[in-house]
Design a protein around this ligand. Structure first.
Ligand code: AFP
Length: 339
């Protein structure tokens, strides 16, 4: 009998225990981050359960404009947004919230204010819900400069100032991936316990990968470096095997695979969308932070992604992220073009 493996199986490292362990290394900490994270986790559990029920609800005729009680059914992305906003405000630990769903930032009223700002996409990839593809929540956390006077400047900061970032993927299992700036850890929801358990400690992305991930339907509008890079993936010049193409069209799922298996995920600029499609604050920054913490890189085509300073809440940026060597190759192509 393998006693060590058995001990690990019965000694469950829940996400709360994990974060409390981290907190105990900082005697000055008052547990604010743990409380905030608990509220984010609660939102994720709610969305996970709603996503799981979405297919069933449709089959038994609950979806659509109204349900059997004649009540209006909220779309899942709208519902998820409400749940996160309420959970984050009630944590008493936030000052400013920026959601993909809301045009304006939410400023928390003074009596409920705390020292963190949260930027998030409550349900990224939601156009994939009806066909059962994995979707997810993405979030990033900043510290407010002055709790008495929060301003938009607190969230329009460079990505390298993020304190923590992560995502929760609602797929064949529900997986929560987190960085607090000391590596990346993954937790899987045990539905019978209702707890996220550490299943992927200290995730490191392979230095080079065998997969590229991009919407090739946009190829006719790509710039030179992106087009050459993808051509090299398919027809390598160094005698190596071509890379495989995998593209789900749901960033959390594409990035999760890239993190675990290695390779590169691209959402480049093109002639129609000169800034790409993905949003800086709650897509590009959190995923770039996770990639760097796992040993990979994230690049915009011009600079390190985390060095960007967004001017607007919903600003977009091209993004190339993944294995260190693969991103290095695309950086070299952009550098050569700039000469
Ligand atoms: P939706 O939330 O509208 O489904 O968009 C998903 C997304 O923002 C991101 O998750 C994907 O990586 C990207 O868009 C896919 O975009 P394309 O459909 O243009 O490939």
């Amino acid at each position: 009998m393998d006693h060590i493996a058995d001990a690990q199986r019965t000694d469950l490292m829940t996400i709360t225990r994990f974060v409390l362990n981290e907190q105990s290394k900082h005697p000055e900490s008052r547990g604010d981050f743990t409380i905030l994270l608990n509220h984010i986790v609660l939102g994720c559990k709610f969305v996970c359960s709603s996503v799981n029920k979405a297919g069933l609800a449709k089959l038994i005729g609950l979806a659509g404009e109204t349900n059997v009680q004649g009540e209006e059914q909220k779309k899942l992305d709208v519902l998820s947004n409400e749940v996160f906003i309420k959970a984050l405000i009630s944590s008493g630990r936030t000052s400013i919230l920026v959601s993909e769903e809301d045009e304006e930032a939410t400023f928390v009223e003074a009596s409920l204010r705390g020292k963190y700002c949260v930027v998030f996409d409550p349900l990224d990839g939601s156009s994939n819900i009806d066909c059962g593809v994995s979707i997810g929540t993405i979030f990033g956390i900043y510290m407010v400069k002055d709790v008495n006077e929060p301003t938009l400047e607190d969230v329009l900061q460079s990505g390298k100032n993020m304190l923590a970032a992560g995502y929760c993927m609602y797929g064949s299992s529900c997986t929560f991936v987190l960085t607090t700036g000391k590596g990346v850890n993954g937790f899987t929801l045990d539905p019978s316990l209702g707890e996220f358990i550490l299943t992927h400690p200290d995730i490191k992305i392979p230095k080079k990968g065998k997969i590229y991930s991009v919407n090739e339907g946009n190829a006719m509008n790509w710039d030179g470096p992106t087009a050459s890079y993808v051509e090299r993936c398919k027809f390598p010049k160094d005698g190596s095997s071509p890379k495989s193409l995998r593209y789900i069209g749901s960033m959390v799922a594409d990035v999760h695979r890239t993190l675990l298996y290695g390779g590169i995920f691209l959402y480049p600029a093109d002639k129609k969308s000169p800034n790409g499609k993905l949003r800086v604050l709650y897509e590009v920054f959190p995923m770039s932070f996770l990639m760097e913490q796992a040993g990979g890189q994230a690049f915009t085509g011009k600079q390190r992604a985390l060095d960007l300073i967004p001017k607007k809440l919903h600003e977009r940026s091209p993004i190339f992220l993944g294995s260190y060597d693969d991103v290095e190759e695309i950086k070299a192509l952009y550098a050569a073009e700039a000469k």
